[in-house]
Design a protein around this ligand. Structure first.
Ligand code: G3P
Ligand code: CA
Length: 363
């Protein structure tokens, strides 16, 4: 049974509430059947991958919070969407780190900036997070400079504390980011991931944990080491970088074929496709007809958790836009409803509050 409880509002959040509508209640129910994942936390409302972002997602009713994982030079897993941190931290404003700016090949693409693997954890902790997309989420920029980069351990500790406080389990849904890239530098993510899960007693079947990756070989390698469910992420274009690096010509399109999904089911329990692999857009940018992906995945025994559901018009199908203004909020309720009708088992969202409200309405 769900109940509504008051949000604990910090002074900072209170100040921000005058700038952007804030949720006044939190959802405290379990989503036993439908899984709501707070994508990078509540990244629609806070700079992504900060403890504040994860905490807000949990308080809004997320079943899981989602840290993307990269590593430091001293092999500590930290939550960032990519190794380059110029886009999500204030590192560029730190003269002591100016010499760390480099151009590196990241999955075959030249990227210039600052990279987590060139910093110790102590050094990274001197930085502060900032909003990734300030042009779209200007309201989030009020939180720029206030939060550190969290370690994976700190995310686990937060999920534990909030599970106790909210009286329901807050799961974690970590993603290994650029596994081949880190393996090539002698800083493989997987041993540390297994170590941290073991250390926290989370490497067990009934732990509320999913582990996800866009690559295949690291999930296959993790399969015998982890008892928690694994999720194969896929994209509507391209190929897993471990396939590219090894000369394997298969693509994500091959993986989501009926035969490909049966292969996935040998090492994983779920599929995390991009939204358009479930329901593509038509030529006018409106939501088209569902593909057979959900049915094929279910037939293979896989749950389906697509990404990423976001409220701003710039991320919505044209028929769910509220206006021509890309930063305006549109009909995310409607988009989620259409995807739920297509049979998905859960979703990644930047706007947990809306997914939770939609879920309550759908019951
Ligand atoms: O992990 C699901 C979704 O987060 C994948 O996209 O790029 O946001 O990590 P990304
Ligand atoms: Ca992710």
């Amino acid at each position: 049974m769900k109940r509504l409880v008051p949000v604990a509002v910090s002074a900072l959040a209170l100040a921000a509430s005058f700038l952007v509508p804030q949720p006044q209640t939190v959802e405290a129910g379990n989503h036993d059947d439908f899984v709501i994942v707070g994508h990078r936390g509540a990244s629609g409302y806070r700079p992504e991958h900060t403890l504040a972002s994860y905490e807000l997602a949990a308080r809004m009713g997320a079943d899981y919070i989602e840290p993307d994982l990269v590593t430091t030079k001293d092999r500590v897993l930290v939550a960032r969407h990519e190794p380059e941190i110029g886009g999500t931290t204030d590192v560029a404003a730190h003269p002591e780190f100016a010499g760390r700016k480099k151009t590196k090949l990241l999955d075959g693409v030249a990227v210039t900036g600052w990279f987590t693997e060139d910093f110790t954890l102590a050094e990274l902790k001197t930085l502060r997070a900032k909003e990734r997309i300030p042009a779209i989420r200007q309201h989030n920029t009020v939180f720029d400079g206030h939060y550190q980069i969290p370690t994976f351990q700190e995310v686990i500790d937060l999920s534990r504390r909030l599970s106790k406080e909210l009286g329901r389990p807050i799961g974690i849904y970590p993603e290994t980011k650029h596994p081949t890239y880190f393996q090539q530098q002698g800083l493989a993510l997987e041993p540390e991931l297994v170590k941290v899960l073991n250390r926290n007693g989370l490497n067990r079947k009934d732990a509320k944990v999913f582990v996800q990756s866009f690559e295949v070989s690291n999930l296959k390698a993790l399969h015998p080491q982890l008892r928690v469910p694994l999720v194969q992420l896929t994209s509507s274009a391209g190929a897993p970088y471990d396939f590219v690096a090894s000369g394997d010509k298969r693509t994500y399109a091959d993986i989501v074929s009926a035969a490909g999904l049966r292969e996935v089911a040998k090492y994983a329990d779920g599929l995390g496709p991009s939204k358009d692999q479930v329901i593509p857009l038509d030529a006018t940018g409106k939501l088209g007809k569902p593909t057979s992906l959900v049915a094929d995945a279910h037939r293979a025994g896989l749950v389906v958790h697509p990404y990423t559901f976001r409220v701003e018009n710039s991320f919505l199908p044209a028929d769910f836009d509220s206006s021509a203004v890309q930063t305006d909020s549109g009909n995310l309720f409607g988009e989620i409803a259409a995807y739920r009708k297509a049979g998905i088992d859960g979703l990644f969202t930047d706007n947990t509050d809306i997914a939770v409200a939609q879920e309550r309405e759908a019951r």
